[in-house]
Design a protein around this ligand. Structure first.
Ligand SMILES: NC(=O)c1ccc[n+]([C@@H]2O[C@H](COP(=O)([O-])OP(=O)(O)OC[C@H]3O[C@@H](n4cnc5c(N)ncnc54)[C@H](OP(=O)(O)O)[C@@H]3O)[C@@H](O)[C@H]2O)c1
Length: 324
């Protein structure tokens, strides 16, 4: 079967990406072939293509880790899956394609009530959100959670997940449009950090907070650390600003604060079964209305470079998917 893929021929500008059509082998004994209905577009995909991620894939490669679609062929040793079943999968690389072969053990069944585009868009953001807020921070009902970059993929998923956990959420972002999205996802307070100083604005709104979600980095991180009350936790998730912050240790000592690393990517590689259970949990919660992933912006596969540029250059609110 012929498959159309987005190929990165060499590390560099996003405009290097090009479409290619090549044959795909039949799935192996333990694999299924998934006809991709949508591939999630993630911040890390742009870093891979530009050669700015700590791992540099050998070129040429097909970016894209998250796919959702319909099973269209099943390997001889696969039980429990049949053509026509809807599923999502994390494939590492290779997801920006019209079809992929994937180990059946990596599939998560899509319940009725969760469409394929939302499913592809939510995988990484919601898994990161749940791992951060539940596994790493132990967020409890009534906690106050400050989310930076709250209109982005991880940010919006954290707003939604924190609300589902019974927390009060302060959303912080750089534009009214992003803050409106965060408020729609359940944030009760909003702070525009392009217009107001973060620490004072948060303290004025809600006093000290219990948890900070930080996928942005840069100067915001120290300001956010200073909003934490007793035993407050700063979740270090990413550096979308491109700047890795340095923190004054006295601000960690004060109020017995904790700085907590979040490396969901590393954890899922060593905890495959727990990660599979985590994915099943977020998918079930999205299908039965406990979580509310927003519909992503859809781009055709041919516009992968534009989708990644819109994400990396801060033009997107929420998530994007590529639709083959
Ligand atoms: N640790 C983990 O396990 C893990 C898992 C998934 C993702 N991540 C990382 O988390 C970060 C965020 O991912 P995401 O999917 O949420 O990305 P995203 O959708 O692009 O959101 C990132 C947010 O960062 C803010 N930002 C501030 N300065 C920026 C800049 N110079 N360029 C781009 N964005 C900027 C933007 O919000 P404002 O404009 O409102 O500031 C944007 O909404 C990335 O670094 C990603 O690699 C880490």
């Amino acid at each position: 079967m012929d498959v159309t893929s987005v190929v990165c021929p060499e590390l560099g500008p996003l405009t290097n990406l090009r479409l290619e059509t090549r044959p795909l082998a039949d799935p192996g004994a333990d694999e299924v072939r998934l006809s991709v209905g949508a591939a999630g577009v993630n911040f890390v995909d742009a870093l891979f293509v530009k050669g700015e991620y700590q791992i540099k894939p050998p070129v040429p490669f097909v970016p894209g880790s998250d796919v959702a679609g319909v099973v269209d062929a099943v390997g001889s040793a696969v039980d429990g899956w049949a053509p026509g079943d809807r599923a999502l999968a994390m494939v590492g690389l290779g997801g920006y394609a019209s079809a992929v072969n994937v180990a059946a053990s990596r599939l998560v069944r899509l319940p009725d009530g969760l469409d394929i585009e939302r499913a592809a868009a939510m995988v990484q953001a919601y898994a990161t959100a749940r791992y951060s807020l539940v596994n790493r921070a132990g967020v409890a009902p009534g906690d106050k959670v400050l989310v930076l970059g709250a209109g982005g993929g991880v940010g919006l998923a954290c707003v939604d997940t924190a609300r589902a956990l019974g927390a009060d959420v302060v959303a912080a972002a750089s534009s009214p449009e992003r803050l409106a999205a965060a408020a729609a996802a359940g944030a009760t307070h909003t702070v525009d950090y392009s217009a107001a100083e973060l620490k004072s604005a948060v303290r004025d709104a809600v006093g000290f907070v219990d948890v900070v979600v930080d996928p942005v980095g840069g100067a915001l991180t120290e300001a956010a650390l200073r909003t934490l009350g007793d035993d407050g936790r700063l979740l270090v998730i990413g550096f979308a600003s491109g700047e890795i912050p340095r923190l004054p240790a006295n601000q960690i000592l004060l109020r017995n604060r904790r700085v907590v690393g979040v490396d969901w990517g590393a954890w899922m590689l060593t905890h495959a079964e727990e990660n599979q259970a985590l994915l099943e949990e977020v998918v079930a919660a999205a299908a039965d209305g406990r979580l509310h992933p927003v519909a992503p912006t859809a781009y055709p596969l041919a516009d992968a470079a534009a989708a990644l540029a819109d994400l990396a250059e801060r033009r997107l609110v929420g998530k994007a998917v590529l639709v083959p």
